[in-house]
Design a protein around this ligand. Structure first.
Ligand code: UDX
Length: 442
């Protein structure tokens, strides 16, 4: 167990901060979670996750009942609580620009630093443009109480929604940007459990640490758009992208993961991170270096249009008034996150074209309804599919990949399906009488 005399705060309790706070406390540290959102804090303080993340409720419950995890909305309380402060607030895309909006990061620093009562270390985990730490260090120097030393490190987070608990307990690697040996030693204490378990601890300068995160996400986005571009070619060439991806993936240099062709990537990270990276490269005078990411973004967004076009084609060229079932609203399975969700985007497009769209998702219905109120949200896959002229599988929840084509076919005489994630077996569905279309396959 980690040392409970280490007292840390976690500022921002979204998908990243809530999990980080819960896992750190569960592993033995004494943790105070901080957020402006009172409802979120109230839920967390009761040991309830304010969003769907497998395994989080159990860890939260354990941590809260151990007494090592508490929550507040008060940054001053946070400033007095301990001497290590993690910044886990969101850095969304700025309105009207590709750049990252750093207002929450700045507000956290501005609210925390003047109230500090002991020498402290601030550890940024939010995804930020290269150079942010340097700018924040200058800001901290201006606003810190004169008798108090405040040092800053950057420690980006690589957790995936849906696997966030495991990714935090046992990440692939720890990336720590600091040029200060004492700060490095304290961070090693915080992550004692992970280091003991053999997780590689990679120390570097802050600019490199900031860049590691956006470079990693850009690489992942590039892999997905690469295979989606190949899928477009496969369709025209009469080839099958799933067989192709499997075959190229045997080459260890390529690998099989993140080569699933489909409706493309979404969520709160990949889309905005590649855009913010391009914007930052522009500011640094190296826009040319990342021009390719614009094409990665284009290929990705094109997949949503391709699915909407394919839907219209399967419905005889006109979707007006036709009942269409959309299975999935979350941007990926095992998450209730609908930020920039390809599934919802396609559902909204078909709705705007006049289709009668019925959406079902096992966990993301509430968030989806808040994001796109005009769609029809129903309580089950069966209800969405009943009498649909077309079914679109757009988020690969296990509940959907396990659907039985024979039983489902009895509900919907039209028996047309688009597998927007290439997770169903076309042969099985065709044998059950379905007109089956995947992406990048015949
Ligand atoms: C991502 C990174 O993986 C993670 O390391 C980082 O910390 C945050 O951003 P996340 O946004 O949770 O995590 O989702 P991820 O699993 O990366 O998936 C992103 C999107 O790509 C999803 O919409 C998913 O459906 C899609 N995807 C993924 C594909 O379309 N094909 C694939 O082969 C893999």
């Amino acid at each position: 167990m980690a040392n409970p005399s280490i007292r840390v705060t976690v500022i921002g309790t979204g998908y990243l901060g809530a999990v980080h706070a819960a896992v750190m406390a569960d592993q033995g540290l004494t943790v105070l979670g901080v957020d402006l959102d009172q409802a979120k804090i109230d839920a967390l303080a009761k040991g309830e996750a304010p969003f769907f993340e497998p395994g989080l409720n159990e860890v939260l419950e354990r941590a809260v009942s151990s007494g090592r995890l508490t929550f507040t909305t008060n940054l001053q309380e946070a400033a007095e609580f301990g001497d290590i402060h993690f910044i886990c607030v969101g850095t969304p895309q700025k309105a009207g620009s590709n750049a990252a909006d750093l207002r929450h990061v700045n507000a956290a620093v501005d609210g925390l630093v003047p109230n500090l009562t002991q020498d402290s270390i601030i550890i940024g985990k939010s995804t930020v443009p290269a150079g942010t730490s340097k700018a924040l260090e200058e800001r901290i120097e201006e606003i810190r109480p004169r008798n108090i030393q405040v040092r800053l490190a950057w420690n980006p987070e690589f957790l995936r929604e849906g696997h966030a608990v495991k990714d935090t307990q046992l990440p692939d690697r720890l990336v720590v940007g600091t040029d200060d040996d004492e700060v490095d030693a304290r961070i090693r204490e915080v992550y004692a459990k992970q280091i003991e378990a053999g997780v590689p601890y990679l120390r570097m300068d802050t600019a490199t640490a900031e860049l590691v995160k956006v470079a990693a996400n850009s690489f992942l986005a590039t892999k997905i758009s690469f295979i989606n571009a190949i899928a477009e070619v496969c369709e025209q060439a009469g080839a099958d992208v799933t067989a192709l991806a499997n075959a190229i993936g045997y080459d260890e240099r390529i690998g099989k993961s993140f080569l699933r062709a489909g409706v493309g990537f979404g969520g709160g990270c990949l889309p905005k991170d590649i855009r913010a990276f391009m914007a930052r490269a522009g500011q640094l005078g190296v826009d040319d270096a990342l021009v390719f990411l614009k094409e990665i973004d284009n290929i990705n967004l094109r997949q949503r249009q391709r699915v909407a076009r394919l839907a219209a084609e399967m419905l005889g060229g006109n979707v007006i008034g036709k009942p269409v079932a959309v299975l999935g609203a979350a941007f990926k399975p095992d998450s209730d996150d609908v930020r920039d969700s390809p599934a919802l985007d396609v559902a909204a497009t078909l709705h705007l074209q006049g289709a009668k769209v019925l959406v079902y998702d096992p966990y993301a219905m509430e968030n989806a309804a808040a994001a796109y109120p005009p769609l029809n949200y129903v309580e089950s896959a069966a209800e969405a599919v009943r009498d649909a002229e077309l079914v679109l599988l757009l988020t690969e929840w296990e509940e959907f990949t396990a659907l039985d084509p024979v039983a489902l076919g009895e509900l919907t005489p039209a028996r047309r399906i688009i597998d927007g994630r290439n997770v169903l077996d076309p042969k099985k569905w065709r044998e059950a009488g379905w007109t089956f279309r995947g992406l990048g396959r015949q």
